[in-house]
Design a protein around this ligand. Structure first.
Ligand code: SAM
Length: 965
């Protein structure tokens, strides 16, 4: 039903709901969003009480009486503003004189107590208007006082509830999801059998029916205001004993055609409901039993304005309700609308809009465009609850409406069949919701572009066609589901819930149309894939590539899209983990895609996944569009700044690293190029844990036996170097072995090493090394100095933290070492150019760079350097070292904190980049894309002129990485 106004809020109409939710606050430890919205609505309805407001507001978020009592008494109120109430780490509230709300907010912002008390929010009100600010996010709201509960999503963090932006922006969507979430929890508590795997589908179907009913009663699809909620409220007992029976009868009615009503013997109150079916109400009308709370949440959900529900976000939110894992992480996994448009716009919507602009008012051209759109298929083979399909549909309807407007046919029915928006989804509930979301989207578009009357006239009964397949996209034949030709939808059924999971075939009513594949398929690194998922990839890649097991799960979608495009000319674009366009996966996947005849026609370079902030770490995505069509201009999109401004370049080619350069794969090289210094793994202790100890241990050992000093050295791996906290190791040459062993502590430790190595009976190297327990596996030391390069470094550091250590330091295998390398090598490694190269060609571990000597250093394209160049670069490296030294004892971690990097160090790096980049192109590069472009150009040239690189010795690399500590 339509939510009328704040003055007559939803809950007054359901006094029962109010009574139940208004339990004494002191009894509550936490409140959910439904309860908070409820409490805020109540507060807004009360006459404004200036003295009481701050406490009543805090009470609405579940603050206990005792907490409020202390605040009132002033003990816990450090506010420095007259009349202000400050709850530490939470909110600073000020009730102001009439007409001064804005000034009040300014005062709160400027208050030192706000800062000291770490207030997350500030809020000022005079009882007529209300203004508030989320201090960290810098977001503000300003509204009339009675409507502030509309912004409850904005304040949810006060109750420790994080929400995605879309939920904040769409409180009705968020609230309905919370309601359904609570409802399903209560129902499952009351009906444990419905929580079993066998009945999960029944539960899902039940929820889908509910959603439809709420939507239908608020959009006049059902006759009369709030028919569904009102009937349930009136006909079901307050103790909820018969709620399931009443609802079951309503559901039964919606499965009986009007012509058959007389013999169906429906109860009169159920007979008011229309015939809906379309598969939605066929089959069992079973409804779980309700308890009082479940009935309350049901009625509360019914009071929301479902008309405002946005099917693009709503589907995904509803999905969270059904999914135990996703509950509590509301909306985290769904793709936001701006990100969906990053896929759909370049895929085909931009082109449609350009054609619309070009057509102007030319009726024939407009007609052609309309006909073209009617035959466009959009196919999402991992569609979840259908948000890509819904957005595509809505955007196309908008274009079609404009065509109709220009042709003077505003009320014309749409020619875009909903069934052209196809999906595959593994889980049955999202698949069902996807279909429902599309139905709702179609209805909303009809209302918007043709008017309520026309929309209603054609809406019921729902069509029985099923165009969202529930099944495994990597097992199903996409050509059978979305064939390039075909004239009808084959799969229709009375009861679509009963449709077998793996539907094999669906035909399109779409002879000769275009197909666009899109979506955000799941990403899973090889380590995380289940046996089943590995087998799915095997069925796609086995026999095509040797190392397919290293591929991410999402690679399966790219390959299937390329195979599909061979036959159909379809263009595909997926959001994906950026790992498939970096490092080791590139030479495995992309030659296969290119070999299948597809090219990258557009791409969006890496950007951070921007849903729930607390979960953002580790997710960086790309968008890659592939097509087998010839002669397409390649478009490369990238973030021009960190405010989300996107830059587009039209270029002749985009390679698999998403760089405007020829298609090359960077393969590991065993040796560096001529003139470059070898970079080696540090020394491996090889079961030699007893050779290594902390500095404290070292001190105690030396206190006990000062003679040990001769054999102790500082030891550095990545962590020790970055944190400036070396450990200590025993470093004993063969010649010194017997002298060293005359010390009891050393003897004991060497005994432990020998034993540990001997115990590794399957390891021949360990057996051999057991005979020389004083040695690390390698014994490499510098004569003069050593350059150390951490193997793993945070991507957030703007430069790779290479460093210089004195000759007596031991570099352990957790870092790379360049022994006695001239200092200009440090200038290369510390450069932005090297940073972008490593980011592109080496493997990433989540957000961290995982450095590789064979893949990153030995392949790094460096133009021939003159002696003068080397001298200049040496000076730059020295300046970087001096700049760091000026901040002694700051660690590398401190110095390269992106938010706190000292200016002199930043400048030293900038100078280094200036000198190096002038060597490459005679000026600074404009950005990282240009850097990569140049590096790939050089790399292509170098690999074309050089003989094919000697493949790096895999076995040796493996040992270096996997050898035991
Ligand atoms: C990242 S979600 C994207 C869904 C939707 N577009 C969204 O943004 O919410 C990936 C979807 O792929 C589905 N999925 C996972 N493996 C699948 C498979 N093998 N076949 C089909 N769908 C799969 C998941 O259930 C999930 O709904």
């Amino acid at each position: 039903m339509n939510r009328p106004t704040r003055q007559a809020p939803l809950l007054r109409r359901h006094q029962a709901v109010v009574t139940i939710l208004q339990r004494p606050r002191s009894a509550r430890t936490s409140m959910n969003a439904v309860e908070i919205e409820q409490a805020l609505s109540d507060l807004a309805l009360q006459p404004f009480d200036a003295a009481e407001f701050p406490y009543a507001f805090l009470a609405a978020f579940g603050n206990k009486d005792v907490t409020l009592k202390r605040l009132r008494a002033g003990n816990n109120n450090p506010s420095d503003l007259p009349g202000g109430v400050l709850q530490r780490n939470n909110i600073h509230i000020l009730v102001c004189q009439p007409g001064t709300t804005g000034a009040g907010l300014v005062a709160l912002r400027g208050s030192s107590a706000t800062v000291k008390g770490k207030a997350k929010f500030i809020l000022a009100t005079d009882g007529q208007t209300l203004e508030a600010e989320d201090v960290a996010a810098g977001e503000t709201i300003a509204c009339h006082y009675p409507s502030f509960p509309d912004h409850f999503g904005f304040f949810l963090p006060l109750a420790g509830i994080s929400t995605v932006q879309e939920i904040k922006d769409n409180p009705v969507g968020g609230l309905s999801t919370f309601c359904l979430d609570r409802l399903s929890v209560e129902l499952l508590r009351e009906n444990p059998d419905w929580a079993t795997a066998e009945r999960r589908a029944d539960m899902n179907h039940f929820m889908a029916r509910l959603i439809f009913c709420f939507f239908a009663e608020d959009t006049d699809i059902f006759n009369g205001e709030a028919l569904f909620t009102r009937t349930l409220e009136q006909m079901s007992d307050r103790d909820a004993g018969n709620t399931h029976l009443v609802m079951s009868e309503i559901f039964r009615a919606m499965n009986v055609k009007i012509a058959d009503r007389a013999k169906a013997n429906l109860r009169p109150w159920a007979d008011q409901f229309p015939y809906v079916n379309g598969g939605l109400f066929s089959g069992s009308a079973a409804v779980p039993r309700f308890n009082r709370m479940a009935r309350t949440y049901l009625l509360h959900a019914g009071t929301l304005n479902w008309k405002q529900i946005n099917p693009d976000i709503f589907g995904s939110m509803i999905q969270a309700v059904a999914d135990d894992e996703e509950r509590g992480e509301l909306g985290m996994h769904y793709t936001s609308v701006p990100n969906i448009l990053k896929v759909l716009n370049p895929l085909f919507l931009d082109d449609l809009r350009a054609q619309l602009a070009a057509a102007g008012d030319n009726k024939a051209k407009l007609l052609n465009l309309r006909k073209r759109m009617a035959r466009i298929r959009v196919f999402d083979p991992a569609c979840g609850s259908g948000n890509f399909l819904v957005i595509a549909y809505k955007q196309m309807r908008e274009i079609e409406a404009e065509i109709n407007r220009r042709r003077g046919e505003s009320h014309r029915g749409s020619e875009i069949p909903l069934t052209n928006f196809r999906g595959i989804e593994l889980r049955d509930f999202p698949a069902e919701i996807a279909r429902l979301a599309l139905i709702i989207a179609e209805f909303q578009c009809d209302v918007l572009y043709r008017g309520q009357k026309d929309a209603l006239a054609e809406f019921l009964p729902l069509s029985a066609e099923n165009w969202i397949v529930c099944g495994n996209a990597l097992r199903l034949d996409w050509l059978a589901i979305c064939p390039p030709t075909g004239t009808g939808v084959k799969v229709t059924a009375d009861d679509l819930f009963e449709t077998p999971l793996d539907q094999a075939e669906i035909d399109f009513e779409n002879e000769g149309g275009e197909t666009y594949i899109c979506g955000n398929p799941p990403y899973l690194g090889s380590k995380w894939q289940s046996e089943e998922q590995k087998n799915e990839l095997r069925s796609i890649f086995d026999g095509r590539a040797k190392n397919w097991k290293s591929l991410d799960y999402v690679a399966g979608w790219f390959m299937k899209a390329a195979d599909y495009s061979k036959v159909t000319n379809a263009t595909a674009a997926f959001v994906s983990t950026n790992s498939i366009c970096q490092g080791a996966q590139v030479p495995i996947l992309w030659p296969l895609i290119f070999g299948a005849g597809s090219q990258i026609v557009f791409a969006h370079t890496s950007f951070k996944w921007a849903n729930l902030a607390s979960h953002n770490a580790g997710v960086t995505v790309v968008i890659v569009g592939t097509s087998s069509a010839e002669g397409v201009t390649r478009r490369l999109y990238s973030m021009a700044d960190d405010k989300g401004v996107v830059e587009r370049r039209d270029i002749p080619n985009i390679n698999a690293y998403l760089v405007p350069a020829p298609n090359v794969e960077v393969l590991p090289r065993a040796k560096p190029r001529d003139g470059m210094v070898p970079m080696q793994f540090g020394n491996h202790p090889y079961y030699g844990a007893a050779l290594i100890f902390s500095q404290d241990e070292a001190r105690s050992m030396v206190d006990a036996d000062p003679g040990l000093t001769d054999w102790l050295r500082p030891l550095y791996g990545s962590k020790e170097f970055i944190d400036a906290a070396p450990r200590t190791c025993l470093w004993i040459t063969d010649a010194e072995a017997s002298a060293a062993a005359s010390h009891a502590e050393i003897k004991r430790r060497l005994g432990n090493v020998a034993a540990a190595r001997r115990a590794a009976t399957q390891d021949a190297s360990a057996q051999k090394l057991a005979e020389t327990p004083w040695r690390f596996r390698e014994q490499q030391m510098a004569q003069h100095h050593v350059l150390i390069v951490p193997r793993v470094s945070s991507e957030n550091r703007p430069f790779l933290p290479v460093g210089l250590l004195p000759a007596h330091c031991v570099v352990q295998e957790k870092a790379f070492a360049l022994f006695d390398a001239p200092l200009w090598n440090m200038a290369l490694i510390a450069s932005r150019l090297h940073w972008v190269w490593i980011g592109a060609v080496c493997v990433r571990l989540e957000m961290r760079f995982s450095y590789s000597n064979t893949l990153g250093w030995n392949t790094f394209p460096v133009p021939p350097l003159t002696e003068q160049n080397k001298a200049d670069l040496t000076r730059c490296a020295e300046n970087i070292l001096l700049a760091r030294e000026a901040h002694f004892p700051a660690t590398i971690a401190d110095l390269y904190d992106p938010d706190a990097m000292p200016d002199n160090l930043r400048q030293a790096h900038a100078d280094n980049d200036e000198v190096l980049e002038r060597i490459y192109i005679g000026r600074r590069f404009k950005n990282d894309t240009e850097r990569l472009e140049k590096l790939f150009e050089l790399y292509t040239r170098m690999t074309a002129t050089a003989a094919r690189p000697a493949p790096a010795k895999k076995a040796a690399r493996k040992t270096a990485r996997r050898a035991p500590a």
